[in-house]
Design a protein around this ligand. Structure first.
Ligand code: URA
Length: 208
């Protein structure tokens, strides 16, 4: 699976899965197939990690000049929907550490507010796969990145893994975070007046 840069004038740090009839068909049967798409997204996210040369000797006794991952990773899910992506990450990266961030909208100020976070203590030395299936306005994701930065994670070590994004959310998010990378499965049409992605999937949490 190779990543695409969407030809829609979106920021250069947005990468999508290649469009295919298969991906289009997967969208139809949400619950079963989201797990499959999430796995594809995690695999694609791992392609953005730096590698260093590594020599291995194969069982034939021949030396092969390959590569190995340079750094350690962890996952951080933005609760609650992001939790649904944890299993997909674990399937690909066995015994990966996973932190959690709970952000909710403050009803008085309408601002995204941090309610809870539990992150690996050595997170500042890791690459972070930040998990949230729906990028609507980008408010929660921006807040989550703020929390990661406060814990010492540099922006360029964060890869945001996302199922469906709105173009306006991507512009806001990537406009403020040009060094972070977004790997998304699908860029939808836009947002409705309730800030739901359209055509979208409705409320992700309610469908699982
Ligand atoms: N969260 C969802 O679950 N769905 C949307 O469309 C936007 C945010």
């Amino acid at each position: 699976m190779t990543a695409n840069r969407p030809a829609t004038g979106l920021p250069p740090n947005v990468f999508t899965l290649n469009y295919s009839p298969q991906l289009e068909a997967l969208r139809g049967d949400f619950i079963f197939y989201t797990d499959r798409i999430i796995r594809l997204l995690v695999e694609e996210g791992l392609n953005h990690l730096p590698v260093i040369p590594k020599t291995v000797e194969t069982p034939t006794g021949v030396q092969y000049e390959g590569v190995g991952f340079e750094g350690r990773i962890c996952g951080v899910s933005i609760l609650r929907a992001g939790e649904a992506m944890e299993a997909g990450l674990r399937e690909v990266c066995r015994s990966v550490r996973i932190g959690k961030i709970l952000i909710q909208r403050d009803e008085e100020t309408a601002e995204a507010k941090l309610f809870y976070s539990k992150l690996p203590p050595d997170i500042s030395s890791r690459y972070v796969l930040l998990l949230d299936p729906m990028l609507a306005t980008g408010g929660s994701a921006l807040k989550a990145v703020e929390v990661l930065k406060e814990h010492g994670v540099p922006e360029e070590r964060i890869i945001f893994i996302n199922l469906i994004a709105s173009p306006e959310g991507l512009r806001t998010f990537c406009g403020k975070l040009p060094l972070l990378r977004v790997v998304t499965g699908w860029i939808d049409q836009g947002l409705n007046e309730k800030a739901y992605i359209i055509p979208g999937l409705g409320d992700f949490g309610e469908r699982r």
